[in-house]
Write a protein that binds this ligand. Structure first.
Ligand code: THU
Length: 160
């Protein structure tokens, strides 16, 4: 038996203002998207903004449904739109912000497991890393240099 240690590195910025200018404005777009989320059941709003290699910015937010599992997370709303409208574009950066309408929390909110799997598909497809930045409603911002870093042991197409 061999022990294998899997390591991940993340970077933490003290707030949105401490981000590089282009990322800070991408995060601002994610914040604007978050406020337009349709989340009447959870009251938990999530916003995503993607920067494509063309310079185009795609935003999305969570879309809930009375049949709960029919809803969709912000990350997948945005990335599937990007994939459908700009199939050849590479996604360079993704900014995420999330928080409850009912309570204050400034803890960074990472993408859920299903969204990590969805984002991984595009990172593998485009053969280049997607920088992921995530925060709560305010406060610290976490950066990961790639999605792979957030989803070790990914299941992907080469295994099919
Ligand atoms: N949600 C997202 O939009 N992204 C995530 O990564 C985690 C969860 C949404 C789904 C649901 O509308 C609400 O947040 C509560 O789970």
């Amino acid at each position: 038996m061999k022990k294998v240690i899997i390591e991940s590195t993340i970077f933490v910025y003290k707030n949105k203002e401490a981000l590089p200018e282009d990322v800070s404005s991408l995060m601002q777009k994610a914040i604007e998207a978050r406020t337009k989320a349709y989340a009447p059941y959870s009251n938990f709003q999530v916003g995503a903004a993607l920067l494509l290699d063309s310079g185009e910015i795609i935003t999305g937010n969570n879309q809930e449904n009375a049949s709960y599992p029919s809803g969709l997370c912000a990350e997948r709303t945005a990335i599937y739109y990007a994939g459908s409208q700009f199939p050849k574009a590479k996604i360079m950066k993704m900014a995420l912000t999330a928080g409850s309408e009912k309570k204050e929390s400034n803890e960074p909110v990472p993408p859920c497991g299903a969204c990590r799997q969805a984002i991984a598909e595009y990172e593998i497809k485009q053969k280049s890393p997607i920088e992921i930045y995530f925060m709560g409603k305010t406060g610290k911002v976490v950066k990961s240099n790639s999605l792979a870093n957030l989803l070790p042991l990914v299941f992907e197409k080469s295994m099919l």
